[in-house]
Design a protein around this ligand. Structure first.
Ligand SMILES: NC(=O)c1ccc[n+]([C@@H]2O[C@H](COP(=O)([O-])OP(=O)(O)OC[C@H]3O[C@@H](n4cnc5c(N)ncnc54)[C@H](OP(=O)(O)O)[C@@H]3O)[C@@H](O)[C@H]2O)c1
Length: 294
């Protein structure tokens, strides 16, 4: 039995489809089962929130593998992103190890590090650390998957690009050195399934897989590139970070944008392995055209 969190997200939905198609039995921890659509009849369900101190009774019964994908890029009314990504991951990994789970797969992010320029990537670094620690003390193998920016139609970055394309001139960070290697949610899902089926790493040596797309973009080039893919070419104007931040702050109230998400875009999420780790998992990653086309 596989326990999956984040099954209603861009990556999680695709992971779930693949697991079910390959005959795995899956239990999903979700906060809103309706968001699973028709898939809710194909899985076992437990209601759960990242801020819950305890797992629902029986959530880990019979589970040999946990895939933990739930982890927002920004704060939520019920918790800050540090709690939602790091503390919640520690609670889940600790409970999984105590319940005898063999393999814990954790979605971190490329660029995660204690010196990263945004809270999300610092929180993911802590998440990697606490999950690996829970595995080492509890005798559980840990795999970390660290994607660059994940793209899919209708998903958050795609919605950003869509909203920006309504402007006659699109503002981009002028001097940001933030680079990424975007890849599709489908490729990330293929990689996660390959990690799950590839076996459990040794308890004292967590496996870390960098998931990076084939092309590298500076953030100011990524936005027009996304617009080209969706057929809406726009001129861009480079703005200083402070001005952009102030503009995004205004859009935060209606939920159209978020300063933490902007901060992630201006960080380096390229990694060091290029597409090598994905290819080792049998995935040939497509670029942004494939990501937004499917
Ligand atoms: N998107 C990126 O560019 C990117 C880059 C690097 C790493 N990552 C990481 O990769 C993983 C998958 O990303 P994604 O973009 O596919 O995710 P996503 O589409 O944003 O989906 C997030 C998932 O987490 C769930 N979730 C959020 N807050 C929750 C809460 N408080 N309690 C319970 N569940 C909650 C969501 O449930 P609802 O459907 O109920 O909202 C959804 O299933 C995440 O861990 C993310 O941090 C993402």
């Amino acid at each position: 039995m596989i326990l999956l969190t984040g099954a209603t997200g861009a990556t999680g939905r695709r992971v779930l489809d693949r697991l079910l198609a390959r005959g795995h039995r899956v239990r999903c921890l979700v906060r809103n089962p309706a968001r699973l659509g028709t898939r809710r009849v194909d899985v076992q369900l437990s209601l759960w929130h990242l801020t819950d101190n305890r797992l629902p009774g029986g959530a880990l019964r019979g589970v040999d593998t946990v895939i933990h994908l739930a982890g927002p890029l920004s704060d939520q009314p019920i918790g800050q992103l540090e709690e939602l990504n790091a503390t919640a991951s520690w609670r889940l990994a600790d409970a999984a190890a105590a319940a005898g789970v063999e393999h814990f797969v954790y979605a971190s992010a490329l660029g995660a590090g204690s010196a990263a320029g945004c809270r999300f990537l610092r929180a993911k670094q802590v998440g990697e650390h606490v999950v690996s620690g829970a595995g080492a003390t509890g005798g559980m193998g840990v795999s970390i998957v660290a994607p660059s920016l994940i793209l899919a139609r209708g998903q958050r970055w795609a919605s950003w690009a869509q909203a920006l394309s309504l402007l006659p001139v699109v503002p981009v960070p002028a001097r940001s050195a933030g680079r990424s290697r975007p890849l599709s949610a489908a490729d990330v899902a293929d990689a996660i399934v390959a990690v799950v089926e590839g076996g459990t790493p040794p308890v004292d040596r967590p496996a870390r897989h960098e998931l990076a797309g084939p092309d590298e973009y500076l953030v100011r080039d990524l936005v027009p590139a996304l617009h080209t893919v969706v057929g809406r070419r726009r001129r861009t104007i480079g703005l200083p970070a402070g001005v952009l931040n102030a503009a995004v702050a205004v859009l935060e109230r209606p939920g159209a944008a978020d300063r933490e998400e902007l901060a992630v875009l201006t960080c380096d999420t390229t990694g060091r392995h290029g597409t090598r780790d994905l290819e080792a998992l049998g995935v040939r990653p497509g670029g942004i055209v494939e990501a937004l086309g499917g």
